[in-house]
Write a new protein. Structure first.
Length: 234
């Protein structure tokens, strides 16, 4: 093996969170096999005082504390690899989607900043060219959970991680649509049976049915995706 396909560096106040769920199943096996690497950096290790302080009261007053720019910048400068994106998880950031996951995967590495408190000093985000990324319109107690989600999404796309590459091509968002419904044995369950076309053996008709179902579900449940899909198709 020539080397890892992806390397993640996580800046956090709680390095013990990792690898967490990424240490099991497909991601865990890939980590053990060296397909990807994970390095955690304790931000408190870059504090300047005996109390290892990383935060302070916000200028202008207000509730909560803010992560200091000098401490976080020192952690970034000592850890960030050139070329890979530098990402801070924030509710005001760009929404994480499959396109961004693919971009991070293709970069080969990423440095992920896990915030706590009320956030981090804006100056360090501006000075270091940090990309802000959001999982959605909700608030987490720390960026560690968002970092786990992003890394899982990236790792499963790496060569040799997923057993069946075709499954990656057909799942939700791969072609801009939600995935079609799935069915398996038993054929009759609580009086319900799968659509007959799936039992027909006619693969062309099955593909057409699945495409139609993907389009229907996307149109009904995610009109935002449907608008983008129809614009791109047109």
């Amino acid at each position: 093996m020539s080397g890892p396909a992806f390397g993640a560096t996580v800046l956090t106040l709680y390095p013990e969170v990792f690898p967490g769920p990424l240490g099991v199943a497909l991601a865990g096996k890939a980590l053990e096999a060296g397909i990807w690497t994970l390095k955690t950096v304790d931000i408190r290790g870059f504090a300047h005082d005996k109390h290892r302080s990383v935060d302070d009261a916000p200028f202008g007053g207000g509730a909560g504390m803010v992560m200091r720019p000098d401490v976080l910048a020192a952690a970034i400068d000592a850890s960030h690899a050139a070329g890979g994106p530098l990402i801070y998880f924030s509710p005001r950031g760009r929404r994480l989607d499959q396109d961004l996951v693919g971009t991070v995967r293709d970069a080969g590495s990423a440095t992920l900043i896990c915030g706590r408190f009320e956030g981090v000093d804006q100056r360090v985000l501006d000075a270091r060219g940090v990309m802000e990324v959001s999982l959605g319109d909700f608030v987490l107690s720390g960026g560690e959970y968002a970092a786990l989600a992003l890394m899982d999404a990236v790792v499963r796309l790496l060569p040799g991680v997923a057993g069946n590459a075709d499954s990656l091509a057909e799942e939700s968002f791969a072609d801009g649509l939600l995935e079609y419904p799935h069915y398996t044995r038993p054929r009759n369950w609580e009086g319900m049976t799968p659509p007959g076309i799936l039992l027909s053996g006619d693969h062309a008709r099955i593909r057409a049915w699945r495409k139609a179902e993907s389009e229907r579900l996307t149109r009904e449940r995610r009109p935002d995706l449907w608008r983008r899909y129809t614009n791109e198709e047109g």
